[in-house]
Ligand binder design. Sequence first.
Ligand code: PHE
Length: 357
Amino acid sequence: MSSGTDLTHLEHDVLEEIAAATDLAALDVVRVAALGKKGRVSELMAQLGKLPPDERKAFGASVNAVKAKVSDALDERRSMLEAAALTTRLTHEREDITLPVRAGVALQGRIHPVSQVLDECIEIFADLGFEVAEGPDIETDDLNFTKLNMPAEHPARQEHDTFYFNPKPDGSRLLLRTHTSPVQIRTMQTKTPPIRIIAPGRVYRCDSDQTHTPMFHQIEGLVIDETTHMGHLKWVLEEFAKAFFEVDNVTMRFRASHFPFTEPSMEVDIDASAIGKPGQWLEILGCGMVHPNVIANCGLDPEKYQGFAFGMGLDRIAMLKYGLPDLRAFFSADLRWLRHYGFSLLDQPTLGGGLSS
Ligand code: PHE
């Protein structure tokens, strides 16, 4: 029968084996050989019943003490080995994120100029404190026209070359939105001022030539609060134009115009010498102070709230900035065009890093 000395030896041996285990698998072998069902320590416990009753208690207590010591040693060694394994893995799997991306399939893809220019605009307006809002391409007549101060039969509706869906049984008609301005309504109906949003998206008009396609992109801007005036509008547009065209100064011309949903209304041209085309004025957007009727149509008090809106052709400013001659090519899905005019996915526009460098 095992004596106290045997126990001491056993404990010593097992602790030595634990200390000698150099990885988790080896440690597990040691654990099974000691504490497993048929392990050396467990077998001692099984012998307990064969001892005379007066020896059982003391022997049992000593075996339990050995068992406890062995499990503590196992736990300690396991955490140490796990930590060591993690350190090795971390060193082994270390990546140098400052290395240039390997040329490969991922770099062959190209970002479409419209997506790139949209990201540039979002970057600029986000820096000026604007949020991005969205609305659906399929709109109601009410949001695309009526709430924007263009009731049925208003002559301005005709200028929009609208694509209508077939009328519903109740006579109402859905349409493909002709501008991003319905997002102004959606925003004013759901948010309490102060409001400061841009709303980029697709718009549709039945029109096609070198500078017009049936689908194109606009970016809408809307600011509504209690104090915003035309000076703010002018400043925002100037800051935008300077940042977008990446020049220190842009000369802009505000021409009186007419939109039913703004009063006064203006169209804005930029002096194209800023982008290397002296002697030309290029129209980039329509804008104005939001018409009190529009504010009231959205359930806000026009005596309390005021602000400005603008709508800019995204494709148009992409053409100007990157010298793209034909708008139709934007949407013809010609890979050669995209490879030539597209952007690398690594060209992320940031104000800090330069929009297009
Ligand atoms: N929605 C107008 C258009 O498509 C542009 C615009 C937007 C004008 C906002 C004024 C204010 O032509």
